[in-house]
Write a protein that binds this ligand. Structure first.
Ligand code: PGA
Length: 249
Protein backbone atom coordinates (compact mmCIF):
# COMPACT_ATOMS: atom_id res chain seq x y z
CA UNK A 1 0.00 0.00 0.00
CA UNK A 2 1.52 3.30 -1.09
CA UNK A 3 1.29 6.30 1.25
CA UNK A 4 -0.40 9.40 -0.18
CA UNK A 5 2.08 12.26 -0.56
CA UNK A 6 0.88 15.87 -0.78
CA UNK A 7 3.47 18.53 -1.54
CA UNK A 8 3.14 22.31 -1.76
CA UNK A 9 5.33 24.12 -4.27
CA UNK A 10 5.22 27.77 -3.23
CA UNK A 11 7.17 28.87 -6.32
CA UNK A 12 8.31 32.53 -6.25
CA UNK A 13 5.72 33.59 -3.68
CA UNK A 14 5.77 34.81 -0.06
CA UNK A 15 8.09 37.18 1.73
CA UNK A 16 9.82 35.78 4.79
CA UNK A 17 7.15 36.97 7.23
CA UNK A 18 4.35 35.62 5.02
CA UNK A 19 6.14 32.27 4.64
CA UNK A 20 6.65 31.95 8.39
CA UNK A 21 3.01 32.73 9.05
CA UNK A 22 1.78 30.13 6.55
CA UNK A 23 4.18 27.50 7.86
CA UNK A 24 3.01 28.09 11.44
CA UNK A 25 -0.63 27.69 10.41
CA UNK A 26 0.11 24.52 8.45
CA UNK A 27 1.90 22.89 11.38
CA UNK A 28 -1.28 23.30 13.41
CA UNK A 29 -3.70 22.45 10.60
CA UNK A 30 -1.93 19.27 9.47
CA UNK A 31 -0.76 17.88 12.78
CA UNK A 32 -3.31 15.06 12.76
CA UNK A 33 -3.15 14.56 9.00
CA UNK A 34 -2.40 11.01 7.92
CA UNK A 35 -0.51 11.58 4.70
CA UNK A 36 3.08 12.51 3.91
CA UNK A 37 3.39 16.32 3.63
CA UNK A 38 6.07 18.56 2.18
CA UNK A 39 6.30 22.29 1.58
CA UNK A 40 8.84 23.95 -0.70
CA UNK A 41 9.35 27.66 -0.02
CA UNK A 42 11.80 29.81 -1.95
CA UNK A 43 15.52 29.44 -1.16
CA UNK A 44 15.51 32.64 0.88
CA UNK A 45 12.76 31.30 3.15
CA UNK A 46 14.07 27.76 3.65
CA UNK A 47 15.88 28.52 6.88
CA UNK A 48 13.01 30.34 8.56
CA UNK A 49 10.35 27.86 7.41
CA UNK A 50 12.59 24.93 8.32
CA UNK A 51 12.80 26.16 11.89
CA UNK A 52 9.01 26.39 12.12
CA UNK A 53 8.26 22.92 10.75
CA UNK A 54 11.15 21.18 12.49
CA UNK A 55 9.69 18.35 14.58
CA UNK A 56 6.31 18.46 12.81
CA UNK A 57 4.92 16.01 10.26
CA UNK A 58 5.76 18.36 7.37
CA UNK A 59 9.09 17.97 5.60
CA UNK A 60 11.13 20.77 4.09
CA UNK A 61 11.62 20.82 0.33
CA UNK A 62 13.54 23.00 -2.10
CA UNK A 63 12.28 23.94 -5.56
CA UNK A 64 15.54 23.38 -7.42
CA UNK A 65 19.30 23.09 -6.93
CA UNK A 66 22.55 23.36 -8.85
CA UNK A 67 24.06 20.60 -10.98
CA UNK A 68 27.29 21.07 -9.01
CA UNK A 69 28.38 20.72 -5.40
CA UNK A 70 30.24 24.02 -5.18
CA UNK A 71 32.31 26.45 -7.18
CA UNK A 72 31.91 29.24 -9.71
CA UNK A 73 28.15 29.09 -10.33
CA UNK A 74 26.88 32.59 -9.73
CA UNK A 75 23.29 32.65 -8.53
CA UNK A 76 23.03 28.91 -7.91
CA UNK A 77 22.35 27.01 -4.68
CA UNK A 78 24.09 23.71 -3.95
CA UNK A 79 22.93 20.45 -2.47
CA UNK A 80 25.29 20.98 0.47
CA UNK A 81 23.68 24.33 1.26
CA UNK A 82 20.22 22.78 1.13
CA UNK A 83 21.19 19.91 3.41
CA UNK A 84 22.75 22.36 5.82
CA UNK A 85 19.35 24.05 6.21
CA UNK A 86 17.55 20.78 6.92
CA UNK A 87 16.09 20.31 3.45
CA UNK A 88 14.95 16.71 2.98
CA UNK A 89 13.68 16.74 -0.57
CA UNK A 90 14.16 18.69 -3.78
CA UNK A 91 11.83 19.26 -6.73
CA UNK A 92 13.75 18.75 -9.98
CA UNK A 93 12.78 19.17 -13.62
CA UNK A 94 9.75 21.31 -12.89
CA UNK A 95 8.17 22.47 -16.15
CA UNK A 96 8.98 26.09 -15.34
CA UNK A 97 12.65 25.11 -15.04
CA UNK A 98 12.45 23.18 -18.31
CA UNK A 99 10.47 25.67 -20.35
CA UNK A 100 11.33 29.11 -18.94
CA UNK A 101 14.93 28.43 -17.93
CA UNK A 102 15.90 25.89 -20.57
CA UNK A 103 16.83 22.94 -18.35
CA UNK A 104 17.15 19.77 -20.39
CA UNK A 105 16.97 16.12 -19.41
CA UNK A 106 20.75 15.81 -19.19
CA UNK A 107 21.00 18.66 -16.72
CA UNK A 108 18.02 17.41 -14.73
CA UNK A 109 19.53 13.91 -14.59
CA UNK A 110 22.78 15.37 -13.24
CA UNK A 111 20.84 17.11 -10.48
CA UNK A 112 18.80 13.98 -9.69
CA UNK A 113 21.96 11.89 -9.27
CA UNK A 114 23.69 14.55 -7.17
CA UNK A 115 20.70 14.96 -4.84
CA UNK A 116 20.38 11.18 -4.37
CA UNK A 117 24.12 10.81 -3.78
CA UNK A 118 23.76 13.25 -0.89
CA UNK A 119 20.76 11.45 0.56
CA UNK A 120 18.07 13.93 -0.44
CA UNK A 121 14.71 12.72 -1.66
CA UNK A 122 13.78 13.87 -5.15
CA UNK A 123 10.51 14.78 -6.81
CA UNK A 124 11.20 14.38 -10.53
CA UNK A 125 8.67 16.35 -12.58
CA UNK A 126 7.66 15.24 -16.03
CA UNK A 127 4.87 16.26 -18.38
CA UNK A 128 3.93 17.06 -21.93
CA UNK A 129 3.13 20.36 -23.66
CA UNK A 130 -0.36 20.89 -25.10
CA UNK A 131 0.92 20.47 -28.66
CA UNK A 132 2.56 17.20 -27.71
CA UNK A 133 -0.69 15.94 -26.18
CA UNK A 134 -2.66 17.00 -29.25
CA UNK A 135 -0.15 15.20 -31.47
CA UNK A 136 -0.72 12.00 -29.47
CA UNK A 137 2.77 12.17 -27.98
CA UNK A 138 1.98 12.56 -24.26
CA UNK A 139 3.10 9.04 -23.37
CA UNK A 140 6.33 9.09 -25.36
CA UNK A 141 7.33 12.51 -23.96
CA UNK A 142 6.68 11.36 -20.39
CA UNK A 143 8.51 8.11 -21.04
CA UNK A 144 11.57 9.91 -22.39
CA UNK A 145 11.67 12.38 -19.52
CA UNK A 146 11.36 9.50 -17.04
CA UNK A 147 14.05 7.38 -18.68
CA UNK A 148 16.45 10.31 -19.13
CA UNK A 149 15.76 11.79 -15.70
CA UNK A 150 16.47 8.46 -13.99
CA UNK A 151 19.40 7.39 -16.15
CA UNK A 152 22.09 5.90 -13.90
CA UNK A 153 19.83 5.84 -10.83
CA UNK A 154 19.93 2.48 -9.03
CA UNK A 155 16.88 0.62 -7.75
CA UNK A 156 18.07 1.31 -4.22
CA UNK A 157 18.30 5.05 -4.95
CA UNK A 158 14.90 4.98 -6.63
CA UNK A 159 13.37 4.44 -3.19
CA UNK A 160 14.05 8.15 -2.58
CA UNK A 161 12.40 9.25 -5.83
CA UNK A 162 8.82 10.40 -6.35
CA UNK A 163 7.66 11.18 -9.87
CA UNK A 164 5.27 14.09 -10.41
CA UNK A 165 3.24 13.97 -13.61
CA UNK A 166 2.41 17.56 -14.42
CA UNK A 167 0.92 18.17 -17.86
CA UNK A 168 2.36 21.58 -18.73
CA UNK A 169 -0.96 22.84 -20.08
CA UNK A 170 -2.58 22.21 -16.68
CA UNK A 171 -0.08 24.10 -14.55
CA UNK A 172 -1.44 27.35 -13.17
CA UNK A 173 -4.11 27.46 -15.87
CA UNK A 174 -7.15 26.17 -14.01
CA UNK A 175 -7.34 23.33 -16.56
CA UNK A 176 -6.91 19.95 -14.91
CA UNK A 177 -6.37 16.67 -16.67
CA UNK A 178 -9.43 14.48 -16.21
CA UNK A 179 -8.87 11.82 -13.57
CA UNK A 180 -9.02 9.22 -16.35
CA UNK A 181 -6.43 10.97 -18.56
CA UNK A 182 -4.13 11.48 -15.60
CA UNK A 183 -4.59 7.86 -14.49
CA UNK A 184 -3.67 6.64 -17.99
CA UNK A 185 -0.33 8.43 -17.89
CA UNK A 186 0.35 7.37 -14.30
CA UNK A 187 -0.27 3.76 -15.21
CA UNK A 188 2.02 4.13 -18.21
CA UNK A 189 4.82 5.62 -16.09
CA UNK A 190 4.48 2.77 -13.61
CA UNK A 191 4.90 0.36 -16.51
CA UNK A 192 8.05 2.18 -17.60
CA UNK A 193 9.45 1.91 -14.06
CA UNK A 194 8.66 -1.79 -14.13
CA UNK A 195 10.58 -2.15 -17.41
CA UNK A 196 13.51 -0.06 -16.18
CA UNK A 197 13.72 -1.61 -12.71
CA UNK A 198 11.30 -4.26 -11.47
CA UNK A 199 7.64 -4.93 -10.77
CA UNK A 200 8.40 -4.36 -7.10
CA UNK A 201 9.96 -0.93 -7.75
CA UNK A 202 6.97 0.01 -9.91
CA UNK A 203 4.54 -1.07 -7.22
CA UNK A 204 6.35 1.01 -4.58
CA UNK A 205 7.18 4.25 -6.38
CA UNK A 206 4.93 7.23 -5.61
CA UNK A 207 3.57 9.12 -8.62
CA UNK A 208 1.99 12.48 -7.84
CA UNK A 209 -0.29 14.47 -10.11
CA UNK A 210 0.23 18.21 -10.49
CA UNK A 211 -1.53 20.91 -12.48
CA UNK A 212 -4.37 23.03 -11.07
CA UNK A 213 -5.12 20.50 -8.36
CA UNK A 214 -7.48 21.95 -5.77
CA UNK A 215 -9.97 21.02 -3.07
CA UNK A 216 -12.65 20.48 -5.70
CA UNK A 217 -10.83 18.00 -7.93
CA UNK A 218 -8.36 16.36 -5.54
CA UNK A 219 -10.69 13.62 -4.35
CA UNK A 220 -11.46 12.33 -7.85
CA UNK A 221 -7.80 12.48 -8.88
CA UNK A 222 -6.54 10.76 -5.73
CA UNK A 223 -9.19 8.06 -6.10
CA UNK A 224 -7.39 6.79 -9.24
CA UNK A 225 -5.37 3.71 -8.51
CA UNK A 226 -2.03 4.99 -9.79
CA UNK A 227 -2.29 8.58 -8.48
CA UNK A 228 -0.48 8.62 -5.15
CA UNK A 229 -0.59 12.28 -4.24
CA UNK A 230 -0.31 15.79 -5.53
CA UNK A 231 2.23 18.50 -6.22
CA UNK A 232 0.26 21.65 -5.60
CA UNK A 233 1.20 25.16 -6.70
CA UNK A 234 -1.46 27.86 -6.46
CA UNK A 235 -3.65 26.00 -3.99
CA UNK A 236 -0.74 25.51 -1.58
CA UNK A 237 -0.40 29.21 -0.87
CA UNK A 238 -3.08 29.42 1.82
CA UNK A 239 -4.19 27.11 4.63
CA UNK A 240 -7.79 27.48 3.49
CA UNK A 241 -6.99 25.97 0.10
CA UNK A 242 -4.21 23.55 1.04
CA UNK A 243 -5.63 21.90 4.16
CA UNK A 244 -8.68 20.34 2.44
CA UNK A 245 -6.40 18.77 -0.22
CA UNK A 246 -4.16 17.43 2.54
CA UNK A 247 -7.14 15.80 4.22
CA UNK A 248 -8.96 14.37 1.21
CA UNK A 249 -10.05 10.80 1.86
P1 PGA B 1 -0.51 24.65 -9.98
O1 PGA B 1 1.05 24.28 -10.05
O2 PGA B 1 -1.10 23.80 -8.90
O3 PGA B 1 -0.54 26.10 -9.65
O4 PGA B 1 -1.09 24.33 -11.32
C1 PGA B 1 1.49 22.97 -9.90
C2 PGA B 1 2.98 22.92 -10.05
O5 PGA B 1 3.52 23.62 -10.91
O6 PGA B 1 3.68 22.17 -9.33
Amino acid sequence: MRKTYIAGNWKMNKTKSEAVELAKSLVVALKDGKYKYMIAPSFTNLDAVGQIINGSNIILGAQNMSTDESGAHTGEVSVLMLKDLGVKTVILGHSERRHIYGEDDLMINKKVKLALKHGLEVILCIGELIEEREAGKAEIVCEQQTRDGLSGVSEEELKNVTIAYEPVWAIGTGKTATPEDAQAIHEYIRKIISNMYSADAAEKILIQYGGSMNAGNAEALLAQKDIDGGLIGGASLSVEKFEPICKVK
